[in-house]
Design a protein around this ligand. Structure first.
Ligand SMILES: Nc1ncnc2c1ncn2[C@@H]1O[C@H](COP(=O)(O)OP(=O)(O)OP(=O)(O)O)[C@@H](O)[C@H]1O
Length: 834
């Protein structure tokens, strides 16, 4: 290649790199595009709840593909060492650096060189501070935001990898390497109250992983999660870091256990790859507080439901890898055990090189499994981490070949694209703690309520008893008063009658004497014989009169008494009615008490169940599994999340069907309008899952699900929601009746609008799938053309993603079929008419 030519394509490449650079170090942000609101109220509520970062919700992240982030590569030149100053005194360096152009010229000879472009070019004068800021700081910042990150040094032995990464700088603060500076930044940005920082420090020596913190632990296994591909080392010691001093002490301890040797090329050559893993766990504060509402049951926010929402934690990992140096065995003069070491180092580095090559060339197979080093670095190259690589080179023309090979390694690594992803998860442990407290509180509140209720029942019972006793006493007193009054009246009446009788008797006697006297005077002799019989007659008549009168008075008194008795009977009846009423009240109270006791019993059962489930979840989490179902509405969310996570099989379908049965379609659809962005996302995912089953489609449309999904396309600002809604619409659009309904509800313009705003190819795939289904309906052809459906479908070709192109092709094929059918029919019609 001619002098001055660029291997990577010169200025054109530079522009590309700039774009990639910004992509690598920009945090994914929610799209802030505004859409025309359907109704002012709905729009305002959605905007409010959608103001958080939707890309950072745990479920959405698990479902999302991540953000592209190219591996960033810097080259660092070591100054000449004492030996080189002497041996190479008459020769120029094999490289020339052009830091302002970010280029490196590799001299072939005095008249020919090749130029390479890197993300950063660090000269022999670059300070450790600058190297940290350029190479590692962006990765550290990204780790603090929740992304995994890797900083790695690669280069020929003795070129300054350990110098760059591992210097402790105790004697000279300015000499601190990347490991020390990274931890300083991490500790400064985190709080021990809410966050936790812990480290593992390991070395990979001759294909064996050894713990540098506990050297006896020398055969640590690599465990790969078959689902997520996450790599972990469960056997490694993890030490919580509280302060910088404590960390530096750990590094020193680890460094002392690292295999090193005095080789021809480096007096302190590292013979193992050192791997420092910094685990950062941060609580996402205020996320739930900021959310406007929680699921409501019967219009009331349940405190239990709100306490069931687990807090969110971001877990990220910074991996700093100080590779052992590659060496040419003929130059290093290794032999015996050193030779074996060197071979093992070269073997693992060559495995790493093969993986980088495969990734750079987009090969379908990347041989990660060829060595432990590549298995460990799987997430760093082609995975989800932000990766920054510093390639270290020496200036000596004697090592030009090794320098060229290092430079080429860096160049290829620059072509590797990672998909950086946020790792958020629910903190079930702290949820369990919170639930325990909540359960205790509820139990105490229930006990208090029960006691208050029992006291109230007791008070009502005592009150009723005293009122009954009072009524009985009043009744008895009244009865007694009436009885004595009646007796007095009766005695007085008898007295009066006796008096009358005496008076009558007396006047009768007087009359009798007077008559006898007159008769004596008028008829002296004859009258004497009849006197006795007259007197008897008068007495008898008087007696009869008296009896009659007594009888009449007695009858009156009896009637009087009867009416009094009736009055008292009435009184007694109303007192009995009062008593019955009070008894009823008592019975009601007792029933209510029984019901409340029953409710409390059920509540206690539920609480117990929750506590058991929470324990189960915690245990399954601790053992590496995923949490199982919770109760109520969170169960929908939880199950929806699980269904996102599971690969295939009947599990998700069964759980969604169960959900459908338990919760009811209306309830699920109503959640599409929830103010809570999380709930909306999970609800639309559940609806999409249901819509995938043909058996559910009619029910969903009948219940207004299609209208709700179209509404989400219209008003939602969250692309995940729009993507899932478009997917659900695509499923519903498989049926002819639904296709016409979609068209009738302006579905085609909403789908076109969604396609125009989409950034994620998967969204375009869903929209294209829906439009493709509509294209298969003969009756919709004219409208599809007229309302811009075909234009939108063709517009999606710009994305270039094969999945999208496949859907577009299907749609066009459907459309063409319909068109050709229509034209055949036209011809037949013309023919018939002709
Ligand atoms: N940028 C630099 N400025 C000054 N001295 C440096 C620089 N880089 C490396 N050195 C010195 O070069 C020597 C070799 O460095 P170092 O041990 O870091 O190399 P290495 O790449 O880690 O080697 P190996 O792969 O054999 O472990 C050390 O004495 C170190 O102090």
């Amino acid at each position: 290649m001619a002098s001055g030519s660029y291997r990577n394509g010169g200025p054109k490449l530079s522009a590309k790199l700039d774009r990639q650079h910004s992509a690598v170090y920009s945090t994914p942000k929610a799209s802030a595009k505004s859409r025309p609101p359907a109704t002012p109220a709905a729009a305002s509520s959605l905007r409010r709840s959608g103001s958080g970062n939707p890309a950072s919700t745990p479920a959405s992240n698990k479902g999302d593909a991540g953000v592209p982030g190219r591996v960033r590569v810097a080259v660092r030149l070591r100054p000449r060492n004492a030996e080189e100053l002497v041996a190479d005194a008459d020769f120029a360096d094999c490289v020339e650096l052009l830091p302002e152009l970010k280029r490196l010229k590799l001299r072939k000879n005095n008249w020919d060189s090749e130029t390479y472009e890197f993300d950063e070019v660090l000269t022999e004068f670059a300070s450790q501070k600058r190297v940290y800021e350029v190479v590692a700081k962006p990765v550290v910042e990204s780790v603090l935001e929740g992304y995994n990150g890797t900083v790695m040094a690669y280069g020929q032995t003795g070129t300054g990898k350990t110098f760059t990464l591992g210097r402790l700088g105790e004697e000279d603060n300015a000499a601190r390497g990347i490991m020390v500076r990274a931890m300083e930044d991490i500790l400064a940005d985190t709080s021990p109250d809410t966050d936790s920082i812990s480290v593992s420090y390991l070395q990979l020596y001759m294909e064996t992983i050894q713990d540098l913190l506990v050297p006896g632990n020398d055969n640590i296994a690599i465990v790969e999660d078959p689902k997520t591909g996450d790599v972990s080392l469960p056997g490694a010691t993890i030490v919580e870091i509280r302060d910088q001093r404590n960390f530096v002490e750990l590094l020193r301890r680890g460094e002392a256990h690292r295999f090193a040797a005095n080789t021809k090329l480096n007096t302190e050559s590292s013979r193992s790859h050192a791997i420092l893993m910094v685990h950062v766990k941060r609580s996402i504060k205020g996320r739930h507080d900021a959310e406007p509402s929680l699921p409501r049951e019967n219009g009331n926010a349940s405190p239990l439901l709100s306490s069931l929402r687990p807090p969110i934690v971001r877990k990220s990992k910074l991996v700093v890898v100080d590779l052992a140096g590659s060496e040419r065995i003929d130059k290093s003069g290794s032999e015996g055990h050193s030779l074996e070491e060197a071979k093992s180092i070269n073997l693992s580095l060559s495995a790493l090189g093969k993986c980088i090559n495969s990734l750079a060339e987009n090969s379908p197979h990347v041989p990660f499994r060829d060595s432990k080093l590549t298995r460990l670095l799987r997430d760093s190259f082609g995975g989800t981490a932000r990766t920054s690589l510093v390639v270290t080179i020496g200036p000596s023309p004697r090592h030009r070949g090794e320098t060229a090979s290092t430079v080429m390694f860096g160049q290829r690594a620059m072509k590797v694209e990672n998909m950086v992803k946020l790792k958020e998860e629910f903190d079930y442990k702290s949820l369990c703690r919170r639930l325990d407290i909540e359960i205790d509180k509820l139990i105490a509140a229930n006990e208090r309520q029960l006691k208050d209720f029992e006291d109230e029942v007791e008070r009502i019972r005592a009150d009723a008893q005293s009122r009954i006793a009072e009524a009985e006493i009043n009744y008895m007193n009244s009865l007694e008063n009436e009885r004595s009054k009646y007796q007095t009246d009766y005695l007085e009446s008898i007295k009066k009658l006796e008096e009358k009788w005496r008076m009558n008797h007396q006047s009768s006697n007087n009359d009798k004497t007077r008559v006898a006297h007159e008769q004596c005077l008028e008829k002296t002799c004859n009258i004497e014989g009849s006197t006795a019989s007259n007197s008897e007659e008068i007495t008898r008549v008087g007696q009869l009169l008296l009896n009659e009168k007594l009888l009449r008075e007695s009858t009156e008194e009896v009637n009087d008494l009867k009416s009094q008795v009736l009055h008292w009977k009435n009184l007694e009846a109303s007192a009995s009615a009062e008593i019955i009423k009070l008894r009823k009240m008592l019975d009601n109270e007792a029933n209510q008490k029984q019901k409340l006791e029953e409710e409390i019993r059920i509540l206690k059962g539920q609480l117990l169940q929750l506590s058991v489930e929470a324990d189960k979840t915690r245990r399954s989490l601790e053992s590496g599994g995923s949490g199982k179902s919770l109760t109520g509405l969170d169960s929908i969310m939880s199950q929806a999340r699980h269904s996102q996570l599971r690969d295939s099989g009947n599990g998700p379908k069964a759980s969604i069907a169960k959900l459908f049965e338990q919760v009811g379609l209306q309830k699920i659809l109503s959640l599409l309008e929830s103010e809570d962005a999380d709930v909306r996302i999970h609800a639309v995912k559940v609806v999409a899952n249901l819509a995938a089953e043909e058996a559910n489609q009619e029910k969903i449309v009948e219940a207004g699900g299609l209208t709700s999904l179209l509404m989400l396309l219209r008003i939602s600002e969250d692309e995940t929601i729009r993507r899932v809604a478009a997917g659900a619409i695509a499923n519903l659009a498989m049926n002819e009746t639904n296709q016409e309904l979609i068209m009738a509800q302006s579905g085609i313009s909403l789908l076109s609008m969604t396609a125009a705003d989409a950034e994620d190819p998967q969204t375009l795939r869903m929209v294209a799938g829906a439009v493709a289904n509509l294209c298969g309906n003969d009756r919709l052809q004219t409208r599809l053309r007229g309302e811009g459906g075909i234009k939108a479908l063709l517009g999606m070709v710009r994305c270039g993603h094969p999945d999208v192109l496949a859907q577009v092709a299907r749609g066009i094929a459907n459309f063409a079929k319909c068109e050709s059918r229509a034209s055949t029919q036209d011809q037949v019609r013309c023919h018939n008419v002709g």
